[in-house]
Design a protein around this ligand. Sequence first.
Ligand SMILES: C[S@@+](CC[C@H](N)C(=O)[O-])C[C@H]1O[C@@H](n2cnc3c(N)ncnc32)[C@H](O)[C@@H]1O
Length: 283
Amino acid sequence: MNQPRGVGVTAVFVAAARALESARDDRLFNDPWAGEFVRHSGWNPPIDEIDDASRDELATWVAVRTKFLDDFALDSVDNGCGQVVLLGAGLDTRAFRLPWLRQVTVYELDTPEMVDFKAAVLGDTTPDVAARAVVPVDLREDWPAALREAGFRSDVPTAWILEGLLLYLPDDAVETLMDGIGELSAPGSAIGATITNIDVAATMNDARVLRDTLISREGWLSMLHWSSTEDPVAWFDSHGWRATAVQTDEIAQRYGRTMPEESLLTQVRAGMRFLISAVRKQD
Ligand SMILES: C[S@@+](CC[C@H](N)C(=O)[O-])C[C@H]1O[C@@H](n2cnc3c(N)ncnc32)[C@H](O)[C@@H]1O
């Protein structure tokens, strides 16, 4: 089995955080596959050896955004979306985990390396909850063609999920991605997304989240590209979407969680970690 490397390692961090959340008595969700992904990833040391403050911040951030986007996906399907597209799906298991209220197809797009690793770990043990189509493709290339080839229908309203993705793409690729999403979106389509300021992400290294792990400091910094936006609502509006942007701290409080104050991530955060839900504007 080829273990994740490069930007694929970030999906392992997310899985590690979901494994921590799943082990809590007051968990916001249960992802029984998350721990398996980490075990097969070759990540050493395990997440429970990271300093407490950094681990709590990472775990809370991932738990809150996962729950937020779980609810977003279920609501979108309840409101008429017949397809869910996970862009940069990584080790996301929503296709198996969520109690979909009606028949839905979940498309998962990520690099061929990530798709292969995920398939190798999952084996053939996953429940048949949603119809699932896996699309190995680089999102800087012609992913709309690959998505259509996999059966995607642009006449069916779609719920798009962009979780922990945009900051890893160059500015021009983000613009092209948004253009592609817009062209493929039937009326009634929706986007759920995370927007993280690049300065916040870069400090993760100082918080020792990545020390002695699969990525070097240089490797981590070299993955961060998108220059982001200070006004996500205006940015989505300019791409044809009516968005709501809420700070993660606020959503965390709704779920009875608090973002830890002691970590370096919190100390330097400039109010730039948003959870987004958006609907396609009518022409
Ligand atoms: C932080 S992970 C998030 C994964 C998933 N959305 C989640 O929240 O569990 C980022 C993911 O984006 C994927 N990714 C980054 N750049 C990509 C590209 N150019 N093409 C396809 N996938 C990419 C990585 O392989 C990785 O799985």
